[in-house]
Ligand binder design. Structure first.
Ligand SMILES: [Ca+2]
Length: 486
């Protein structure tokens, strides 16, 4: 059987039962091609990114309801990262940061949703391709946005393929690959009631404390779980394909998301449910599995990590730091004392404020604190009333808007939709859900001051326009999505 024919048979599932005896020789033949071809032992890279999933919603992180066997396997046989953060809780800037290895606010338009990513900013798939990798993506790559105004002739996440099988069928023999699997799940809209229909129970759901604990919200969370599970199943097929082909163990499998769950005070917010991401990485050729690492990772650290793993230099403009050292050491827990914090931020998400204004903010997250600086406290964080369009339409949002004056829920409504002060500070020791702003309390004055100084220093170092002046440039960049009527 030729390799292509073998892959085709794997793809159509015809290698089973009576033809199983043919699999073993083909496996070694594939491995032989890799050795004999270009003598290329560089690892493949499979980057799997779901769309809108918070860190807690995997089995490996302890969620009792959602079933994510693929993620759990990658975590169990690899490394589970407990403190991974996206650079911005909004698709386009988060994905741009992953691809460029840079803070999105250094990337002009790419600080915003529905923008462009200029060609001058190198992305890791291009760098790997130049070094002999076969690169591709399926479903959602970089975006949403338009790559053409940035001077690019393809999606920055690499050329698009129908699916992973087509990509593998077209891979030249002996070339390592780098593939981006960008699931559309669990992005809204959801099929209402799909979670319940799949057999899940309302009473099992753990409702985050910043959302009303009512059946409508519980059911909405189950629908979200339904899609988290679908992403995990689709990824499971890709992993099984690689395993059958005998290529799984020399593939770096990375599973994460781009921003948090699409619920009020989560996605598009700098609280943990907006920015803290699932992250598991499996690479048995070089990484001892069964470990859990608590160091802080920013997803801009992925690009330099992939380059280093492929034996390539990391361009100096990449602000992310490779964590190959964490992966290949044998340790667990907190390893590198310098990885004790994360920085996040956002500019314009949807077009939901008069004049196309955004909601600029930046944050520093340490073990103990979350400190947020809101640069335009007169803007509405969730978008102008009554649409509050930076919060995705959903049964949960409908419920909160309909019950905004109910005494029981007015505080939750305020936390999600009302204006916010210039500074927010949360003490995670007493308030892990980040709902009590203590920035104005005298006992926190010292901590607030220190965190503000540290955030300022980081922004200056990153040449962030919000620190250097002229930050309102983000409000003037074009928006390539459909502007909603205000
Ligand atoms: Ca997203």
């Amino acid at each position: 059987m030729q390799r292509r024919e073998f892959l085709r048979r794997v793809a159509v599932g015809s290698i089973a039962g009576t033809v199983l005896d043919q699999v073993a020789p083909e496996r070694s033949a594939l491995a032989g091609q890799r050795r004999n071809g270009k003598g290329d032992s560089r690892p493949n890279i499979l980057f799997a990114i779901s769309d809108d999933q918070s860190w807690v919603h995997t089995g490996a992180m302890g969620d009792p309801v959602v079933r994510t066997p693929t993620f759990d396997r990658v975590a169990r046989e690899g490394v589970l990262f407990t403190h991974a953060f996206c650079m911005s809780p909004s698709c386009t800037p988060s994905r741009g940061a992953i691809l460029t290895g840079q803070v999105p606010f250094r990337l002009q338009e790419n600080g915003n949703l529905w923008s462009t990513l200029r060609k001058e900013y190198a992305v890791y798939p291009d760098l790997l391709e130049k070094a002999g990798y076969f690169v591709g993506h399926t479903r959602k790559g970089w975006g949403p946005g338009k790559h053409e105004p940035g001077g690019r002739d393809r999606n920055p996440a690499s050329p698009q393929f129908k699916d992973f099988k087509q990509f593998m069928a077209r891979r030249p023999a002996g070339e390592p690959f780098c593939f981006w699997f960008g699931g559309h799940d669990p992005h809204r809209p959801y099929k209402k009631g799909s979670g319940l229909e799949s057999g899940k129970k309302l009473e099992d759901v753990k409702v985050p404390p910043f959302l009303p604990d009512v059946p409508e919200v519980r059911s909405d969370i189950l629908d979200y779980y339904f899609e988290v599970e679908r992403f995990d199943r689709d990824l499971g097929e890709i992993v099984a394909f690689l395993e059958t082909a005998g290529e799984l163990d020399n593939t770096i499998v990375v599973v994460t998301s781009d921003n948090g769950m699409p619920f009020p005070r989560a996605k598009a917010n700098l609280y943990d449910y907006g920015t803290r991401m699932p992250l598991a990485i499996r690479w048995p050729a070089r990484v001892r599995g069964g470990r859990r690492i608590d160091d802080f990772i920013g997803l801009a650290d992925c690009a330099p990590t992939f380059l280093e793993a492929a034996g390539l230099p990391v361009p100096p403009e990449m602000t992310g730091r490779s964590f190959v050292d964490l992966l290949t050491c044998d340790k667990s827990g907190r390893i590198d004392p310098k990885r004790d914090k994360a920085f996040t931020g956002r500019e314009r998400h949807a077009w939901v404020r008069e004049g196309g204004l955004g909601y600029p903010c930046r944050a520093i997250r340490t073990d103990r604190y979350l400190y947020i600086r809101n640069f335009e406290p007169d803007h509405w964080p969730a978008g102008d009333p009554e649409g509050y369009g930076d919060v995705d339409g959903s049964p949960t949002k409908d419920y909160m808007l309909a019950n905004r004056h109910a005494k029981r829920y007015d505080n939750l409504f305020r936390l999600a939709f009302a204006k916010r002060p210039e500074e927010e500070l949360y003490d995670l020791k007493t308030d892990p859900a980040q709902m009590q702003n203590v920035a104005a309390l005298p006992e926190y004055a010292e901590a607030r001051k220190q965190l503000r100084v540290e955030l300022d220093r980081w922004m200056t170092e990153m040449k962030d326009p919000r620190a250097l002046g002229g930050g309102d440039v983000f409000d003037r960049y074009p928006y390539y999505g459909r502007a909603r009527a205000l």
